[in-house]
Design a protein around this ligand. Structure first.
Ligand SMILES: *Cc1c(COP(=O)(O)O)cnc(C)c1O
Length: 411
């Protein structure tokens, strides 16, 4: 705990001074965070989906050090470097075949902004000047910048705070709340009426994450994509949270082999080491877009690209599918029975993601302190207590997380 921190520094979705003290981390190792109070807790959040290999990993450390000794950064305008080239090649190779062009950004939100810009420029350059809006399913989360915010859930997102500045978009029923058929009817009804005003549909495949941790049938993706084609709308998938194995497939789109026009990646891209994201698209979209009016200062940062290359190689050479299956099985056996509990509204499990939805809102500070006493770091929000641990977590460590969750539920 640090008083200066509490008084002067903003933390995510918080105020300064912060009524809740942040826990100070001294070092990290494997799945563990070492806190300044001497406690050592398992990071059940993987630093928000990203630290899939755990911390202080020798292979990732070495990749950063080797790159650092050559160059830590150069501008990407007019210059290039091998780590970016290698990473773009890899991303093109491991994502659906038709995605061939890569735009690097420094965060997931900006990758979404770039995706939205690509879609707008795509139609603009074909003279379709009325296509200025986006359509999405309710309950989504795509980031905190203005374009990304506009396609977050209109109720639990930040629309009400910035309603005068955030663009109005089209929201349709989510297949995580209604049946796939009902959601598709709502989508088609809206597309029929408004497709001339819509540039693209954007959504998170298979699981809606920060907007509510809800799962849906991947068949929706194929049918929504077909509708988008019929009504001349680009299809953007945001795999910033789901990418790189988390759901049990390398990308969640692999569940149904859906082919997005644009794909956003981030979070686990660098194994949680550095900030980097990417927006991929097709030959057709890139050719039509032409000059893309975007160019971040730290575009394709070499340190980030080098560690991303090492992280993807590490992932693909590891038994990641076995690890995810093992974690999923553990969640089914340890968390599913909590469904019977009076205080639990729902338990949802997909790959290395375990979600408990409580009946009532969770008291965050108190719950976090209890979790820490039980050796675990989680960040509950609203009614949701959930975990997405590093893939390298052992069965014993998993049990510590699920036991801590049971302790909270039983309190
Ligand atoms: C986290 C997230 C983002 C935003 O990424 P940042 O790196 O935090 O800007 C966008 N989309 C999804 C699905 C996310 O989970």
């Amino acid at each position: 705990m640090d008083t200066f921190d509490q008084q002067h520094i903003w933390h995510p979705y918080a105020k300064v001074p912060n009524p809740i003290k942040s826990h100070k981390v001294l070092s990290v190792e494997g799945v563990y965070l070492n806190l300044d109070n001497g406690k050592c807790v398992i990071d059940g959040m993987s630093s928000w989906w990203s630290a899939i290999h755990g911390y202080n990993h020798p292979v990732l450390n070495q990749a950063v050090v080797e790159q650092l000794e050559k160059m830590s950064h150069i501008m990407f305008g007019g210059l290039t470097h091998q780590s970016a080239i290698d990473l773009a090649k890899t991303l093109v190779a491991i994502t659906p075949e038709h995605l061939t062009k890569v735009f690097f950004t420094d965060s997931g939100s900006v990758a979404v902004e770039v995706a939205l810009k690509m879609a707008l420029q795509y139609w603009h350059n074909q003279g379709q000047l009325s296509k200025q809006k986006f359509i999405t399913i309710r309950g989504g989360y795509h980031g905190d910048t203005f374009g990304a915010m506009s396609v977050c859930d209109p109720d639990n997102g930040m629309h009400h705070l910035f309603s005068g500045s955030v663009a109005q978009q089209y929201f349709v029923k989510s297949p995580s709340v209604v049946s796939v058929d009902e959601a598709l009817v709502d989508l088609e009804t809206t597309l029929k009426q408004h497709s001339k005003a819509i540039a693209a549909m954007i959504l998170e495949p298979v699981i809606q994450n920060a907007g509510g941790m809800r799962l849906y049938n991947p068949q929706y993706l194929l049918k929504a994509k077909t509708l988008c084609e019929r009504y001349n709308i680009l299809f953007i998938l945001d795999e910033i949270a789901t990418g790189f194995g988390r759901t049990g497939e390398l990308f969640a789109l692999d569940y149904v082999d859906v082919k997005p026009d644009i794909l956003c990646l981030g979070k686990a891209l660098t194994g949680g080491y550095l900030t980097l994201a990417a927006t991929l698209t097709t030959d057709k979209v890139s050719a039509t877009v032409g000059t893309l009016m975007h160019g971040p200062t730290f575009m394709a940062n070499p340190l980030a690209c080098a560690v991303a290359n090492a992280s993807i190689e590490l992932l693909l050479n590891s038994p990641w599918q076995d690890n995810i299956a093992r974690i999923e099985k553990h969640f089914y056996s340890e968390l599913s029975p909590l469904k019977q509990h009076d205080k639990v509204a729902d338990v949802r499990i997909l790959g290395a993601i375990g979600i408990i939805e409580m009946v009532n809102d969770i008291e965050v500070e108190k719950t976090q302190n209890q979790l820490i006493d039980n050796g675990v770091w989680l960040r509950p929000y609203g009614k949701l207590l959930y975990t997405m641990p590093p893939f390298i977590i052992t069965d014993n460590e998993l049990l510590i997380i699920t036991n801590a969750i049971k302790t909270i539920v039983n309190k």
